[in-house]
Ligand binder design. Sequence first.
Ligand code: HEC
Ligand code: HEC
Ligand code: HEC
Ligand code: HEC
Ligand code: HEC
Ligand code: HEC
Length: 341
Amino acid sequence: MKSFFVLFFILLFNSFLYAVDDENCLLCHKYRTLSRIDENGKTRLYYVNDELFHKSVHGKIKCKECHSQITKIPHEENTKVNCLNECHIVEPSSEKRFSHKKVQEVLMNSIHNPKNKYVNYRDERDFPDCIDCHNNPLFRPIQIFKDVTEEGLSEKALARCRLCHKEEKFVKYFYNHVSHRLHNSKNSAEIVRMCNKCHGKEEMATKHKLVNAVATYSDTFHGKAVTFGYDSAPDCIDCHVKENESAHAIRSYEDPKSAVYEKNRWKTCAKKMCHPDATPGLGEVRMHVVINKDLYKPEYYTALGFTCLTLGAYLPLALILVLELIREIFPNLSFRRKRRK
Ligand code: HEC
Ligand code: HEC
Ligand code: HEC
Ligand code: HEC
Ligand code: HEC
Ligand code: HEC
């Protein structure tokens, strides 16, 4: 019924009716005001920005290849997108129809599969789905206004392709395709935000017998560097995934295959960009340290020692400064009674 009203609204602005063909989704979804308030009181925006959509990584995919449950108008509610759908695009080296099933396989071999043997607490609802980590701003149209960045086209590099390839569209498309995948598409701060959704929540950490990984990370030099905008400092993926593996191959630190398993750790630190001279000793440095006497004794006493040292030096100094200030303002102040002449 609700959708009927929204529909009615659109038709008011659309003085004549188009024949609604399968893929003519933007006929309705191009309207910025296409929205409603759902049963839970949340505003849902159904607007899709055509230009941004067609520039995005999924720009060549038809709406219905993802929204396969949308079969009629008005649509049925609460349709879900399955990222493992096959689409019409053919991957050229295998000539098979493309899907993200390979990513799913890696994910299923990682700690983010509730069935992984190193999981502490198996509650399926707590485990990330593709959409939990990949909040593509185009899927969430409200965010498109603040979160969309230009793809990294380097004019200098493009000029080299143009020497031989004359068609601008060809050059841009292939350059984009390759360069987009050569480097990380998300910067460190974005990765931290991605994981923060779950690993920054105290109740989730307690439930799964983990430390608050984001808070403890933010206390380290690495975390502070990222907070202050230094992008080469390591983020969660740099440490938790081995160098030549997919970003989805995150494993428990107790898993001998993990990049942060006790015996592998120093090799992870020794990445070329990081600490190339690292020795096994560096791997003993703990990364997610909570100041807790029972869990991390040496760290606890070091922190306690430094706190005492800081306060021990600072408090007497502050006292002297205050006394001096009082003398400056009231040069004749004295608590002794003046003798009468
Ligand atoms: C005649 C107008 C119209 C056309 C054409 C149309 N939509 Fe919609 N769509 C709507 C309206 C109105 C809503 C809001 C529905 C509601 O309030 O429940 C909506 C909602 C949606 C939703 C959210 C559904 C949910 O989970 O609540 C999706 C996804 C969607 N449309 C995709 C599509 C796709 C894909 C196509 C093309 C195949 C399409 N739409 C074509 C009008 C249209
Ligand atoms: C690559 C797959 C993909 C393609 C292609 C795609 N979408 Fe989506 N779309 C999604 C996902 C994923 C969501 C988020 C759904 C969720 O949170 O459950 C979404 C969300 C939406 C929503 C908001 C629904 C809501 O419940 O808030 C609308 C409307 C929508 N898409 C319409 C379209 C239209 C129109 C097109 C074609 C121009 C399109 N989509 C193309 C994957 C896709
Ligand atoms: C939707 C929630 C969610 C998101 C988002 C998420 N995780 Fe997890 N993560 C979990 C759950 C649940 C576990 C399993 C906890 C357990 O063992 O019970 C887990 C486990 C882990 C572990 C293993 C901890 C151990 O036992 O050693 C690591 C490492 C990890 N996640 C890293 C990440 C990183 C890095 C990101 C961001 C790219 C991320 N996670 C995003 C839910 C999430
Ligand atoms: C725990 C969080 C997490 C989950 C869950 C997740 N991804 Fe990813 N994904 C990432 C990170 C981190 C990257 C690397 C981003 C970068 O390069 O900047 C990535 C990259 C990708 C890439 C680019 C290619 C690559 O491997 O670098 C694709 C495609 C992708 N993910 C698809 C998926 C699909 C499909 C799913 C669901 C089956 C999924 N992801 C689930 C975190 C996640
Ligand atoms: C020195 C000339 C030259 C330069 C510079 C050059 N290319 Fe090419 N490129 C070629 C030739 C010749 C072919 C055909 C090769 C073949 O078929 O074996 C080709 C093929 C390709 C193909 C494969 C097309 C297909 O359908 O098989 C792509 C993609 C491509 N180039 C992209 C680029 C990009 C992107 C750049 C810039 C970074 C670039 N090229 C720079 C000469 C060049
Ligand atoms: C500099 C490398 C490094 C970075 C960056 C890093 N980790 Fe870790 N992580 C480790 C190591 C090493 C361990 C093994 C346990 C320890 O040392 O505390 C670990 C353990 C974990 C654990 C299990 C901790 C426990 O004992 O409960 C989780 C969950 C985790 N990391 C998630 C994350 C997330 C999320 C981020 C990003 C915010 C992140 N890590 C950033 C190196 C790192």
